[in-house]
Design a protein. Sequence first.
Length: 369
Amino acid sequence: MKPEPFIPEPLPPSGIDWITHIPLIGAANAALGRFDGLLQSIQNPDLLLAPLITQEAIISSRIEGTQATMRELFLFEAGKPAESDEKRQDIREVMNYQNALNHARERLKTGPLSWNLILSLHAILLDGVRGSASVGIVRNIQNYIGPIGASIKQATYIPPPPDLLPEMIHNWEEYLVGPEIDVLVQLAVLKGQFEVIHPFCDGNGRIGRMIVPLFLMEKNLLSYPAFYISAYFDRTREEYYSRLLQISQTGDLNGWISYFLRAIRDQALLNIVRASDILALYESMKSLIPQVIRSQYSIAVIDTLFQRPIISSTNFLEISHIPPESGKRILQKLRDAGVIEVIREGKGRSPTIYQFSQLVQIAEDEAFV
């Protein structure tokens, strides 16, 4: 039997089992509220939540097959060349994801989450990387999902044909800005429908996951778009794909909604722990580093280390704006006190690269991934 493109039900969907979802709706909203309470207590979220942004970019990209670690990304930013062209591409994809998130955060300060914004995020995400032939535009071909090398006859899933996409995208955006009984259920439906429509030739999964924190901020459930859900999807990847596939195969939207609400609940609680650890480390450094360096540049030093926990001596001076001679003395004092450690000694024109290990360990902690 020849597989056919799946045509999803227009939004809003019929058949949401609200009664069944009530316990998870309550738990997910409560956990998210606790996380937002913590966010509101952070005076400089752009700085202190940077490791979470980086981890989200890495994990969301990893789900799609990109193999770049946080350490490799930080080392690349510190000036260490990538080991291969393929690794350089992987790192570029992660950096593009970061840039897209940062762009969205700025755009949301002055305008709403919209399809035009999503198109601009897609253009940033795929700028200069694999799959970048059609950036920032909706696909005009029939694509499909299946094993590598499989033909469309062997496809696991065939999204709607391209001629139906304008109407479906319009319907999706109407639901995006419209009312719903519960915002998290609305987000689950939007995320599921986006994946089902599969509007782009590439980058659908990453854009779909990026929408989650942006929508939560749009609906005032978060004061800062810092809810990063990819870690949960990565830990439960088999169920993640299965639940999405069941929407088209059996019409089980409620199974996907329940899974998504669990993801919000569980990841919110883990995000609280990780953000709290970062905040506690920052406060401890505000006490320790002034004692170590005895300098007027203490805050600049702390902020630079939290912005770039793996950093070259050159980047340290550029980002902190500390005069070179003072900066060199400060780095030596930090090194002697064990606040930072050398991971590559400078040689010739290559600067020394340092690591702020305590922050790197929090950011890379596999218990949260």
